[in-house]
Design a protein around this ligand. Structure first.
Ligand code: SF4
Length: 711
């Protein structure tokens, strides 16, 4: 076509924590630009050219249809200035009248690190509240808390490369074939190249992933602590402990071995409801392997004892010294593309910034001084579940939801709806025009989307990659960091928010990680300070820390056996097993587990419009085995009405039956994606109570007690 040309760009996939590099080709013709094709970036260390189905359909789902084009106030189109003033004036007046804790931000692992950084800075350093939490609370906050308990810092020890170098890979609570497909492809390839590599799956369900494994332990949901306590006991009884490692680099082993001593093989088998020989095979594999990785995800984290489960896993690695070496370590895999970047800058209500703590007076003083901010958050803020409680109780009077849809993703939808109804002002900034949360909003602000945004994300192996905008903003959309800075300036905070572009924010963020660090904190990006715009634009994927000693980043942490605790020793945590909070009763006798399907993303706001992606699983369903189907007198396709102690007659969930003999007796599974906007009566958040981990606040989204009746 005359006047048309192609443009090539390299960016990062926005759909999961694997963080694959994507090469995009867009066509430019006059003022019009369009994304025409995508392929995996051959040189990106996360994917080496691979993409999964979702990633490979990015061109198809990156459309203008469904985008939010202009700001809206009270349902009417508004000018940007007016919309920004409405938000800033309301927030300022509430803060003046009721104090800083009367407002809140609920943000997202979809934000780029630079967006997250300024949102956190505004709330914690200028408004002076800790009330900024993120949907990453639902994703990996238990893993964060467990790492901090054991290592003194939220430090992921491993690299993806370790998945290919290990003798034993134990996947716990993860259906990686569907949720992290490119990593799973790498694992399958590694096993093909090394037939001696062993794959063990620990999951109540027999999922698509289990087909590739050597051993599947279908444990009773919520019994992971007993299984891993039993492993520590087995290692001790059979003289497989690494006593030198324990003595040199750890503390707290004696209490842990005491907590584990009752977990004999038979006790574990009975508690976990799994054949004893399967457990013994797993224990023998772990004991006999020179290297082992535990790869864990939502099945561990989304639990009322998620932190304990993760520490029980970490204990096994410390007891055998299977950490800080090739192919070794407890490896938490995040769900969202930038869940890691968010926790790095401090986007969780209990963190300050850059892996510094709100409870540490020196950290607070350092951050306040660096930000030159008028105030600094004195106490930790409210975690997601508590935040929406506080809204319902009238304590939080205005909330700004950024790039997420809590009406569908948070547990107890009824309460979330009541809270948002009660809130004096609900602001939503998002790239889509409609979702269940936007339907509750007073002010809606159009944000740029994946193909338009510039910044950085961090994947599950601590690797920072550039996300590069290659199309102009759609409609009147603005970048999230710009919207946040505009509101901050309108609130009177003109000094801290005058950035010209995201590279200035990134530079400030890197500078804060370097402040008085001297290796005392794990997150150190001093080696990335002072990048020119060109260097930032061309930044190659790199694993933090990046500093003078490690200018090319670090693959593997704790290789020297030194940790970030006061004593520099890793901490064993003695743990007692306890059951899920949402226990079954005679009234609610079934367990509901939840998770993703392979080709959909979160609440389907992006992937739900693609015919190709929808063809894999066309509609929501509830999976149960033939035994339960017979009991309930249902067959494939019949409708089941699901209820729980928090659902109401108006919020019943009705789903077609899917017979799946990979389900244990009495245990059902339903996908998380469908909302009331795209499939009435399919939003399972109606069924989950507020049960959450007492340390991390992560909701128990894998274990609801429900009843089911044929419709
Ligand atoms: Fe995107 Fe994750 Fe698929 Fe990679 S594995 S292409 S990051 S969705």
């Amino acid at each position: 076509v005359q006047g048309a040309c192609s443009k090539l760009s390299t960016t990062t996939c926005p759909y999961c924590g694997v963080g694959c590099g994507v090469d995009v080709t867009s066509n430019v013709e006059g003022d019009s630009e369009q994304l025409v094709s995508v392929q995996g970036t051959a040189s990106h260390p996360a994917n080496f050219g691979r993409l999964c189905v979702k990633g490979s359909k990015l061109a198809e789902t990156n459309v203008k249809q469904g985008r939010l084009m202009t700001p809206m106030v009270d349902g009417q189109r508004a000018q940007w200035d007016a919309a920004i003033s409405t938000v800033a004036n309301k927030f300022a007046s509430l803060i003046e009248e009721h104090g800083p804790d009367s407002v809140a931000f609920y943000v997202s692992g979809q934000l780029l690190t630079e967006d997250y950084y300024v949102a956190n800075k505004l709330m914690k350093g200028y408004i002076g509240s800790g009330n900024i939490d993120t949907n990453s609370r639902l994703c990996m906050s238990s893993a964060v808390a467990a790492y901090k308990r054991a290592f003194g810092a939220d430090t992921v020890p491993c690299s993806y490369e370790d998945l290919e170098l290990t003798e034993l890979l134990v996947l716990v609570g993860s259906n990686a074939a569907w949720t992290h497909p490119v990593l799973f492809q790498r694992i399958e390839r590694a096993k093909k190249l090394n037939p001696n590599m062993r794959l063990v799956f620990i999951d109540p369900r027999r999922t698509a992933s289990c087909e590739a494994g050597d051993l599947h332990l279908p444990i009773k949901p919520g019994t992971d602590v007993a299984l891993f306590n039993g492993l520590v006991h087995y290692l001790e009884q059979n003289k497989h402990l690494n006593t030198d490692y324990i003595a040199a680099f750890t503390e707290g082993f004696d209490d842990t071995i005491t907590a584990c001593e009752s977990w004999t093989l038979s006790a574990v088998a009975e508690y976990c409801d799994v054949n004893q020989s399967l457990i013994e095979q797993f224990y023998q594999l772990f004991a006999g392997s020179e290297s082992a990785i535990s790869f864990y995800s939502m099945g561990v984290n989304q639990s009322s004892s998620g932190v304990d489960k993760a520490n029980a896993i970490i204990n096994c690695h410390l007891a055998t010294g299977k950490i800080g070496r090739e192919g070794c370590g407890p490896f938490s895999i995040t769900g969202q593309p930038n869940a890691m970047g968010g926790r790095e800058v401090g986007g969780l209500a209990n963190m300050l910034a850059c892996h510094m703590d709100i409870g540490n007076a020196q950290h607070r003083a350092l951050v306040k001084s660096y930000w030159q901010s008028p105030t600094i958050v004195p106490d930790i803020g409210l975690k997601a579940v508590d935040m929406f409680d506080a809204i319902e109780q009238g304590k939080i009077k205005a909330i700004w939801v950024m790039a997420t849809n809590p009406m569908v993703s948070m547990p107890n939808r009824h309460k979330i709806k009541a809270a948002l109804n009660k809130c004096e002002m609900v602001v939503v900034s998002d790239c889509v025009a409609n979702n269940d949360t936007i339907a509750m909003a007073d002010v809606v602000l159009p944000a740029t989307g994946w193909s338009e945004k510039n910044g950085t994300v961090t994947n599950s192996e601590r690797r920072i990659s550039r996300q590069r905008g290659f199309l102009p903003p759609t409609g009147e959309a603005r970048h999230d960091w710009q919207i946040i800075c505009d509101v901050a300036k309108k609130m009177g905070f003109s000094n801290g928010f005058n950035y010209a572009n995201p590279s200035e924010i990134f530079d400030e963020y890197c500078g804060l990680t370097a402040e008085q660090n001297n290796g005392s904190r794990d997150l150190d990006l001093s080696g990335l300070c002072g990048l020119t715009q060109k260097q930032y634009d061309n930044l190659a994927p790199i694993q933090w820390p990046v500093n003078k000693a490690n200018p090319d980043g670090v693959k593997r942490m704790f290789t020297d056996g030194r940790f970030f605790t006061a004593s520099q020793k890793a901490q064993f945590i003695a743990i007692e097993a306890k059951g899920p909070e949402q226990a079954t009763t005679t009234e609610f006798p079934f367990v509901l587990n939840s998770g993703r399907v392979r080709d959909q993303w979160h609440t389907m706001t992006r992937t739900g419009t693609s015919a190709d992606l929808t063809s894999h699983v066309a509609h929501a369903s509830v999976a149960l085995n033939n035994v339960d189907a017979s009991k309930l007198q249902v067959k494939e396709g019949d409708l089941l009405a699901l209820s729980s102690q928090v659902s109401t007659s108006l919020s019943q969930v009705i789903l077609p039956v899917k017979i799946d003999d990979g389900q244990r007796n009495g245990e059902f599974f339903a996908p998380i994606h469908w909302s009331e906007q795209n499939h009435a009566a399919a939003n399972i958040s109606h069924l989950y109570t507020d049960a959450n981990d007492s340390i991390s606040g992560q909701p128990e989204l894998k274990h609801a007690a429900i009843n089911a009746l044929k419709v």
